[in-house]
Design a protein around this ligand. Sequence first.
Ligand code: WTA
Length: 635
Amino acid sequence: MSNYHIKHLEEYYQVYRKSIRDPENFWEEIAGEHFLWRKKWDKVLDWDFKKPEIKWFEGAQLNITENCIDRHLTTKSDQTAILFEPNDPNEEAEHITYGQLHKRVNQFANVLKEQGVKRGDRVCIYVPMIPELAISLLACARIGAIHSVVFAGFSSKALATRINDSDCKMVITADGSYRGSKTIDLKGIVDEALKSCKGVQTVLVAKRINSEITMKAGRDKWLQPLLDKASYKCKAEIMNAEDPLFILYTSGSTGKPKGMVHTTGGYMVYTAYTFKNAFQYKENDVYWCTADIGWITGHSYIVYGPLANGATTVLFEGVPSYPDFGRFWDIVDKHKVNQFYTAPTAIRALAKQGVELIQKYDLSSLKVLGSVGEPINEEAWHWYNDNVGKSKSPIIDSWWQTETGGIMITPIPYVTPTKPTYATLPFIGIQPCLMDEEGKQLKGNQVDGRLCIKFPWPSIARTIWGNHQRYKETYFSAYDNMYFTGDGALRDEVGYYRITGRVDDVIIVSGHNLGTAPIEDAINEHPAISESAIVGFPHDIKGSALYGYITLKDAGESRNHENLRKEINQLISDRIGPISKLDKIQFTTGLPKTRSGKIMRRILRKIASKDTSNLGDTSTLLNPECVQDIMDNAL
Ligand code: WTA
């Protein structure tokens, strides 16, 4: 019997050891006992990080939608699979049962086929957070087409680049989207993008906001009438375990976005297994991940992982601030959410609002709180723990990446004792290690280095679409025979990992390696400060010195800035040491962020270095306007 559900710490250690000693047998058991295969594999694992080439469950055949939908029909046909909560709280939530999901995915799959989409074709999905988004992913998977979801907040230029890179023949979109009190003209953005995408033959348009849009004859088709005519029976295409399931773009530190390719069998097994354990999902729980399906978090932990476990997964169309900053808590209360998974940037924004907005709602259903996407600072961790979890719901600070497909380092709630700002222990099957700059592996605990993974896991991305060489250079060339994550981490005295941030953010000051995250943590403890970002800038004596961009909670803060600067450096000195004190502190009204909420440090580094002649592409930022402001007030 495999250990599919881990319930206590000893069991974790025992299963972990088993997964490391004998990975092939371990994964063979998990895969064999908990999934539906049309044909079992010939070989569990074949790998070579030098080429690099990684294959899991080769020779096996399956369809992931049979695992996510069909196999639940005998027991869960009437259970909610997707719980859609619309942008407008007065619009009724929609419960899509497994039975209904089956029909809707099949109808959609039949429409795709009728429109000429074949196995292996790429389909671009540029759809807001409405049920059609999740359904379109599954419909592609049903017929073996490769989906490439582009977050429906990207510009037409960013969309066009992605459509062309993977040569998509179809785009699925909507007439528009709601975002709080605003609407966005999605179809207009698609039209603009397609001016430079010659390969797209068909655009399917879902109706959401009932806006007037133009439909290009022969190319653009309303989705609903086609669905209405389509049969709700569609045989699942039998795929090979290593056939691509999807492409998802992630930005690199340089160059155009990388189309990470994930394949079918290993991705399914790993996302399902991590979902079950990292969230301790139990039958009839209601699980909610606030990410957008346009990101990996949404792919793995709104759609595939939860559905593979027969879970109820909430799909929220709106934003945390509409109609007010209590919306998340309203939804938790209304749907009695048991597991809640969000990002530190959202937690910080909500923490700024005060606790009255939380106290209005009953959050007693919550059992597990998750965090992902960036290091969670200590202040945000405590705020989340105390006010949302009432100190009784463990926080899982889960570290992973688009490239890893699933959660890699995380506490298992109610199993692993948590520690603020620590992602704690590797998940089952994951073999992290820390490397120094000379390429030596750091042994023992209480060390600090570059985070690598020594051994493949089932959901590692297999290549970059159309550029295997770049895949090799980016992830497998920095260290011999290792996957390099690009992140720095430290391991504490008990072997817990803390992710310190991207290594491109590590700043060496007077020969000392300083991670930006701990410094930012210290600064953010200051009661007047909402957010901060530290970058390095060239310094005659120290090599590099630290430049802090700091946003105050109250923009009109009348306090003397010189005093504030002193207080900040005192805090840093106290928490980390005088070596980490900032040489320059600029107060900002906001920090430039990517659409997924990450601070764009590249721009801040350039401004700090007075190198603003070429700031690169700022058009994909969430808030490009703040860049000029920061430049005008640079020190
Ligand atoms: C960062 C998101 C600290 C990290 C799933 C990683 C984190 C990058 C954490 C991947 C965490 C993600 N603690 N840092 N819990 N989770 N990161 O591809 O730098 O959007 O390399 O995947 O986010 O971001 P991506």
